[in-house]
Design a protein around this ligand. Structure first.
Ligand code: BDP
Length: 688
């Protein structure tokens, strides 16, 4: 067990569970397609793994058949008398249903859908149900995705480094492509299709012009060919100044006819090679990337120009809202406000095939952020959620932090303007944590974050605990002595990380540039809003960022009901307290402690949490295969040290600022502040 098989392990089931599977043959009416071939191959692999034998394919429906059917393949499914007719009709192009049914007088297990891709999703769902069976439950599943666009975003560079990647090199071997197509691409497609992910952006948002040249289009086309049967479309990140940098135009101004013409021709060229190419993802006028504002045009001008180029081919443009004032420009008083200030006025100005892609929070993938105020604020613009699956700010692939809980927290937040955040979405993008490490994600538990992302992209209202339970059963064992404690570990892990890194609404305190480890003291970077001191604002009197009307007023970007509730620290959720308020150190917390004492208690809770994670794992040793046991154990042990580092460095620093004594019972940091300040992390991974 090296983790390569992910949640698609298909290990032999207990005898009783095997007996419950009554599949004697597999029947697919009609002609096979590459997608049904993939479904049948997966069913064969799954059934032979779990039961030791692969049922034969048969042409005729008989008792005990596993029947895969669409109305086109088996017209009686859509016949007026069919009880499944209306149910199927409601499932759309990608949905599926699983049922014990009587068809043509035979008792069959039915996987039904309206398209072959629905059958593939159904096959994966049936395998999931079979591998981790709930006790004696009648098979009655029907499921359709709530979001049409369910994408991964790879921050993978063409030289195979990965920005914020902690799982080895990029899986895309650009040099070997298009001739050599690694088996991993197929396994990648299987894993993603098993979750319902239906699109992938192959390259980093910090893009290079070369990716749109003919050789790279051919390479992307080769990847697209592998992914296509699995329902996964390929997209590319486009650098806005590509034609200019390739010396094919004299400007990149989106309103210049030669530029528009260039992009139209480029789109035609791409669609020639990749007929179902998804479209472009763009990071523009953000962190030094070129964009329409270089020509005094708006984000809408830029996005619409690209949208016009791909529209004839039914392509889309995903335009990122991750912007904050460019270098040299006037720096607004609060970075958290800038995306809203730039994008809200553009609502209604984007072409129909443009989506604005918004990070979950207004700063940058912190361990905890309130939901981004743009959700619910752009009623005329389809929005996509951008989550980061790779853990840039949550301990890389060494610390355990189950992001399902974090994604769920954002998705179920009530915007008080347009329902929950989940209800405001047209799509979801997850910054991938996938690399060429044998276990794909850099650690076994990080596979859970890929899994949870995919399941939530399919159903943003799903519960992260249910997803964790599914993942644990599939990845480790359906035995509740194993799965249940793993679920508990997953569910406590994210809050544990918040506690030892950024409790009570603190944020952006990580080391410069690599973002590993604590550096709350940093105050000398060229932009004020890159400095941790800008975010915590701690001084002798107190700590926190005042975003109320007496501060930056960022709170006003939320619906009035939220703005009112959060204007008062007493009615602000404790977990966001210092995000919105600057409070005196002796502010009385609900616990009865002062803010200072509460902060210290949170750091201790974080450290205790990591010890508890480790202890919970260690007792599972007899029940877990040796290699995975050890690889996880080593990481959990290291996480304890990382938590202690965060705790001690943070306490040493904040004490130097507050001048307050440590209350009785709180252990002093192991070293003086100067020790922590002197730590450095040369060659920290993930900087691309
Ligand atoms: C930040 C990362 C940086 C990305 C940027 C982005 O540190 O590497 O390029 O986000 O999302 O979190 O564009």
């Amino acid at each position: 067990e090296d983790g390569y098989d992910l949640w698609l392990r298909y290990r032999p089931l207990e005898r009783a569970a095997q007996q419950r599977i009554q599949v004697r043959s597999i029947v697919l009416p009609g002609a096979p397609s590459p997608t049904t071939d993939a479904a049948l191959a997966e069913l064969n692999k799954g059934l032979s793994g779990m039961t030791g034998r692969a049922p034969a394919s048969a042409a005729r429906i008989s008792d005990g058949a596993l029947l895969l059917a669409t109305p086109a393949r088996l017209p009686e499914l859509a016949a007026a008398a069919s009880p499944l007719r209306t149910e199927l009709a409601a499932l759309g192009d990608e949905g599926y249903l699983l049922r014990q049914a009587r068809i043509q007088g035979r008792n069959v297990t039915l996987i039904a859908a309206n398209s072959d891709i629905g059958l593939l999703y159904g096959a994966f769902a049936w395998l999931r149900e079979t591998a981790a069976p709930a006790a004696s439950r009648a098979l009655a599943v029907s499921s359709a995705p709530k979001l049409q666009l369910r994408l991964l975003n790879h921050w993978d560079n063409l030289d195979r480094t990965v920005e914020r990647g902690y799982a080895g090199q990029s899986i895309w071997d650009w040099w070997a492509l298009p001739d050599i197509k690694d088996q991993r691409y197929t396994d990648y497609a299987r894993a993603n299709a098993s979750l319902g992910i239906n699109g992938t952006v192959l390259n980093n948002v910090n893009s290079k012009p070369e990716v749109l040249t003919a050789p790279f289009i051919a390479k992307a086309a080769a990847v697209a060919d592998v992914l296509r049967p699995y329902g996964i479309k390929v997209y590319l990140s486009a650098r806005f100044s590509t034609p200019l940098e390739l010396h094919e135009t004299a400007t990149a101004d989106p309103l210049a006819p030669e530029v528009q013409q260039w992009w139209r021709a480029k789109a035609d060229e791409i669609y020639q090679a990749i007929p179902d190419f998804g479209g472009f993802l763009v990071k523009a006028n953000s962190e030094g990337q070129p964009g329409p504002q270089d020509y005094h045009r708006t984000h809408a001008d830029g996005a619409n120009m690209l949208a016009a180029a791909v529209a004839p081919h039914k392509g889309i443009v995903m335009w990122r809202a991750f912007v904050y004032a460019p270098k040299g420009a006037h720096l607004a008083d609060d970075r958290a406000k800038q995306a809203y200030e730039e994008f809200k006025p553009l609502d209604g100005k984007f072409a129909a095939n443009v989506l604005v892609q918004v990070k979950n929070g207004a700063i940058d993938f912190q361990p905890r952020e309130p939901f981004h105020p743009l959700f619910g604020a752009m009623p005329k613009t389809p929005l996509m959620m951008e989550f980061q699956i790779t853990k840039e700010y949550l301990g890389y692939s060494t610390d355990l932090a189950y992001l399902g809980a974090m994604f769920e927290e954002t998705l179920e937040s009530d915007t008080k303007a347009a329902g929950t955040v989940a209800q405001t979405l047209s799509g979801m993008a997850g910054v991938a944590n996938i690399g060429s490490d044998r276990n794909w994600a850099g650690s076994h538990f990080d596979q859970a974050n890929w899994y949870a992302y995919g399941r939530l992209a399919w159903n943003p209202q799903a519960k992260s605990r249910d997803i964790a339970a599914e993942w644990a059963a599939l990845t480790f064992s359906p035995d509740q002595r194993v799965a249940a404690p793993i679920v508990d570990m997953l569910m406590m892990s994210r809050e544990t990380v918040v506690d030892y890194m950024t409790p009570l609404g603190l944020h952006h305190l990580m080391g410069t540039s690599h973002h590993h480890g604590p550096a709350p003291w940093v105050d000398n970077l060229e932009r004020p809003d890159w400095n941790p001191v800008y975010y915590h604002r701690a001084d002798r009197n107190g700590i926190g960022f005042n975003r109320t009307a007496t501060g930056s007023s960022a709170l006003q970007q939320y619906a009035p009901e939220i703005a009112r509730q959060y204007a008062d620290p007493r009615t602000t959720p404790e977990q966001l307290l210092l995000w919105f308020h600057h409070l005196p150190w002796d502010y009385a917390m609900p616990s009865g402690r002062t803010l200072w004492a509460e902060l210290l208690a949170r750091y201790d809770k974080g450290v205790a949490g990591t010890k508890s994670l480790h202890a919970r794992w260690v007792v599972l040793k007899p029940l877990i295969d040796a290699r995975r046991y050890t690889e996880v154990e080593q990481r959990l042990a290291r996480q304890i040290n990382n938590a202690i580092l965060w705790r001690d460095a943070s306490i040493a620093y904040f004490q130097s600022v507050s001048g307050l004594p440590l209350p009785p019972g709180v252990q002093a940091p192991a070293h003086p502040l100067s020790y922590y300040k002197a730590l450095s992390y040369p060659y920290a991974p993930g900087r691309g």
